[in-house]
Design a protein around this ligand. Structure first.
Ligand code: AHR
Length: 658
C-alpha cells in the first residue's frame, strides 16, 4: 500500500513537471510596430576594434605620432645608446607642433651594411599566402639614397615577401608598390632596409591588404565587416562609449580631426590605453583612419542608420569629469551642427563640400544624433538643453538621443529620467552590464514604462557573470541565454523600446581591455560568440509588429523558466515566436495561434535553436562551434504547433499564416 502511494505521487509529480505548457499567440491583435532600427550595433574603438582591428592598416604608428615617436619600430642593427659608429640611425623630427601630422622620421645611413627598421604591427601583422599588400610611404631624399627595400618577415626571421622602390628628390613624395606573400603568417613584421649611404626622411609608412571590404583602397578588414553585415543591423552607434568623452576635454573625440586626407588626421591617445591597470595597452592610439566619413560609409554599406554620439562639453565623469564652462560651449554645439551638415548638407555647403571631396556627394541621410555618452547629473542637463535647442532650431527633423547615466537604476538614473521626461526627450539611452540573473529578472523591465514618455534605446548591455571584475568576464552560454530571455521583454515592449545594441562589439584576443564582447578576432580570423548568434537571431527575425503571446492569460516572463515573445512580419505573412528555456529540464510547449483566418495545417514551422547543456561553453577561435544555431522543422497542425523545448536553449520559430 505504502509503495502504491509513492508510485502515484511520483506519477503526479512527473506529470506536473512534464505537463505540456500552452502558449497562445493572438494573430488578430497586431500590436506595436517593431522599429526598422530596433536591433543595431555599437562600435567603439576599445579592444583594438579600429586600429589593429576593422581598419585594415597593418603598420602601427605609421606616421610616428605616438607619444613615443618610435613606438612599434625597432632598429635591429643600430645601437641608439652608443656614440660609436652605427650602420645608421632613425631620428624622429618635429615638423611643427601646430599641424596634425607633426613628426617624420629622419634616417641617417652610415654605411652599406644594410641598416634597417622594423615595424611590429598590431601584435604582429596577419599576412596570407598568395595575397597582395599595398605598400605606400612618403619620402624626401636629403642625400645619397636611391632605393628603399621592403620585406615581410615571419617570427623566425624568414622572408615571405620582398619589394623595392626607387626614390629621388628632396621634396615630399608618395611612393607605392605591391608586396605578394609566399606564405601565411599571423604575426609577420615589415622590414625596411637601406642599402645606400645617405639620409632620407620618411612619413606615413603604410601597408594594407589589397583584398579589403568592397575592395576599397586602404579600407577595412573584409572578414570583420562581413560579420557586421551578417548581423543585419538597424543602426550603427559610434564612435563610443567613453571614447567620446575622453579622460580630459582636450583628449575628447573630435570628429573634425577624423575627416579629410588621412595624413592630416591628428592621432590621439586611446583612452583605453591606460584605463585598466590590469589590461593597459601603452601602444593604443587612434590614427582615425577609421573616421567619421568611414563610419557613415560603413553604416550605408551594411544598410544601417548612422547614430553618431558627440561630446557634450564633459570629459568622462569616471576620470577628470572636466566641464566646459557654459559660456564656452558654442564650439561644441557648432561641431554638432557642422556634423549634420557634413552628413546631409548640399555639396556646396562648407561641410557638404568636404564630404563630396571625400567621394560621397550624396547625403548620408543622417536621422539620429546622440548628445553625450553616459553622463549624469545637473551638469549634463545644463549642456544637453543648449544642444537640443540649437539642433532643433536648424534641423527640426533630427531625432536626438540623450543619456541616462552609466547604470539602469539608482540616483543618477532616476534624476536623469525625471529631467528627460520634463524635457520631452525623444530617445533615452540606457546602459546595463549586469549578471545573468539580473537579465532574467528584468524581462519585465519595460512592461511598466510610461507609454507616453520618451522612447528607450538600450544602447549598451551585456550579461557579466562575474560581478567583481565587471570588465573581465567571458562570453559564456549562460550569459547569452539570459540576454535572449531578457530580449523577449525588449521585443514585447517595442512600443517603448525603439533601439537596442549589445556592447562592446569587437575584441582582439591579444590586445583587449574589456570582456565580454560580441566578436573576438586575431590578425587572420574571427569568431562569433553565442551572444552574437542571439543578436543575429533577433535582428533577422525582427518582424514588423508585436503579437501578444500569453500562458494562462499572462505574458511569459520566467514562469517555469520560460520566456517568450512573438511578432508578425506583415511583409511575408509569417508569425515568429521566440522562446528561451533557461531551466535544465526539457518542456513541451503547445503554441496555439488564435484568430487564424485560415488553418495552418501541414505548414512547415522552421525552427532555429541555440543550445548546449554546458552553461560555461564559450566559442573561441580554436573551437568556434561550442554554441551555434541548428535548424530543424516541425509540421503545424490546424491551429498551431508543438515544440519540444530543451533545457538551456533559445528557439526562434517561423511559419506562414496566410
Ligand atoms: O562598452 C564599454 C564602455 O562601457 C563604454 O565605453 C561606456 O559607455 C560603458 O561604460
Amino acid at each position: 500500500m505504502k509503495y502504491l502511494g509513492i508510485f502515484i505521487a511520483l506519477i503526479v509529480c512527473s506529470q506536473l513537471l512534464f505537463a505540456q505548457k500552452n502558449f497562445v499567440v493572438d494573430v488578430n491583435k497586431v500590436g506595436a510596430e517593431v522599429q526598422p532600427e530596433m536591433y543595431g550595433i555599437f562600435f567603439e574603438d576599445i579592444n583594438f576594434a579600429a586600429d589593429g582591428g576593422i581598419y585594415a592598416e597593418l603598420v602601427k604608428n605609421r606616421s610616428f605620432e605616438f607619444d613615443e615617436p618610435l613606438m612599434g619600430w625597432k632598429e635591429p642593427n643600430s645601437n641608439r645608446h652608443s656614440l660609436n659608429v652605427n650602420s645608421g640611425r632613425a631620428i624622429p623630427i618635429t615638423k611643427s607642433e601646430d599641424i596634425a601630422n607633426r613628426h617624420f622620421l629622419r634616417i641617417n645611413v652610415n654605411d652599406g651594411s644594410g641598416y634597417s627598421i622594423i615595424n611590429e604591427g598590431f601584435r604582429g601583422m596577419g599576412i596570407k599566402e598568395g595575397e597582395n599588400y599595398d605598400l605606400s610611404f612618403m619620402a624626401s631624399v636629403e642625400t645619397g639614397i636611391n632605393q628603399v627595400n621592403f620585406e615581410l618577415i615571419t617570427t623566425d626571421g624568414s622572408t615571405i615577401s620582398k619589394g623595392s622602390v626607387a626614390v629621388n628628390g628632396n621634396s615630399w613624395q608618395t611612393y607605392e608598390t605591391t608586396l605578394t606573400a609566399s606564405a601565411t603568417c599571423p604575426k609577420a613584421k615589415l622590414k625596411i632596409t637601406f642599402a645606400d649611404k645617405g639620409t632620407i626622411d620618411l612619413d606615413m609608412v603604410s601597408l594594407f591588404p589589397e583584398d579589403t571590404w568592397l575592395g576599397r583602397k586602404k579600407g577595412m578588414r573584409k572578414d570583420l565587416v562581413q560579420l557586421l553585415a551578417d548581423l543585419n543591423p538597424g543602426f550603427v552607434r559610434f564612435p563610443g562609449g567613453c571614447i567620446v568623452e575622453g579622460r580630459t576635454l582636450k583628449k575628447r573625440y573630435q570628429w573634425k580631426t577624423t575627416v579629410g586626407p588621412i595624413e592630416n588626421r591628428q592621432n590621439l591617445i586611446n583612452r583605453w590605453n591606460t584605463e585598466f591597470s590590469y589590461r593597459s595597452a601603452s601602444d593604443y592610439f587612434q590614427s582615425f583612419g577609421l573616421g567619421f566619413f568611414e563610419y557613415f560609409q560603413l553604416s550605408e554599406d551594411i544598410g544601417a542608420e548612422p547614430l553618431p554620439i558627440l561630446n557634450c562639453g564633459m570629459a568622462c565623469q569616471y576620470n577628470t569629469g572636466e566641464l566646459v564652462p557654459m559660456d564656452e560651449i558654442d564650439p561644441y554645439v557648432q561641431d554638432a551642427l557642422d556634423l549634420i551638415e557634413f552628413a546631409n548638407g548640399p555639396v556646396d555647403s562648407e561641410w557638404g563640400k568636404l564630404r563630396t571631396e571625400m567621394g560621397h556627394p550624396k547625403p548620408f541621410n543622417l536621422k539620429f544624433i546622440g548628445i553625450g555618452n553616459e553622463q549624469w547629473g545637473k551638469d549634463y542637463f545644463d549642456r544637453y538643453v543648449v544642444f537640443v535647442k540649437a539642433i532643433k532650431e536648424k534641423y527640426p527633423e533630427m531625432k536626438i538621443v540623450s543619456g541616462s547615466g552609466p547604470s539602469p537604476n539608482g540616483e543618477y538614473f532616476d534624476y536623469g529620467w525625471d529631467q528627460l521626461k520634463k524635457l520631452n526627450a525623444e530617445i533615452v539611452d540606457e546602459h546595463y552590464y549586469k549578471p545573468p540573473e539580473w537579465f532574467k529578472a528584468n524581462a519585465t523591465r519595460y512592461d511598466s514604462y510610461d507609454r507616453n514618455g520618451p522612447k528607450v534605446f538600450a544602447g549598451e548591455y551585456a550579461a557579466h557573470n562575474k560581478a567583481e571584475a565587471h570588465a573581465m568576464t567571458k562570453n559564456t552560454w549562460d550569459c547569452a541565454l539570459s540576454e535572449a530571455a531578457f530580449m523577449t521583454g525588449l521585443e514585447r515592449n517595442a512600443d517603448v523600446v525603439y533601439m537596442t545594441s549589445y556592447a562592446p562589439l569587437f575584441a582582439h584576443v591579444d590586445a583587449w581591455q574589456w570582456a565580454p564582447d560580441l566578436i573576438w578576432f586575431d590578425n587572420l580570423s574571427a569568431v562569433r560568440t553565442a551572444n552574437y548568434y542571439v543578436q543575429q537571431l533577433y535582428a533577422k527575425n525582427a518582424g514588423t509588429n508585436v503579437l501578444p503571446i500569453t500562458s494562462e492569460g499572462a505574458s511569459i516572463t520566467g514562469q517555469n523558466n520560460l520566456y517568450a515573445s512573438a511578432v508578425i512580419d506583415e511583409n511575408t505573412s509569417e508569425v515568429i515566436v521566440k522562446i528561451a528555456n533557461t531551466g535544465d529540464e526539457a518542456q513541451e510547449i503547445n503554441i496555439d495561434l488564435k484568430g487564424l483566418k485560415k488553418s495552418v495545417k501541414k505548414e512547415e514551422v522552421k525552427i532555429t535553436c541555440l543550445h548546449t547543456d554546458q552553461s560555461e561553453a564559450v566559442n573561441t577561435l580554436e573551437a568556434p562551434n561550442a554554441v551555434v544555431p541548428n535548424q530543424s522543422s516541425v509540421t503545424a497542425d490546424k491551429n498551431g504547433f508543438v515544440i519540444e523545448a530543451q533545457g538551456n536553449a533559445f528557439y526562434v520559430c517561423r511559419l506562414k499564416v496566410k
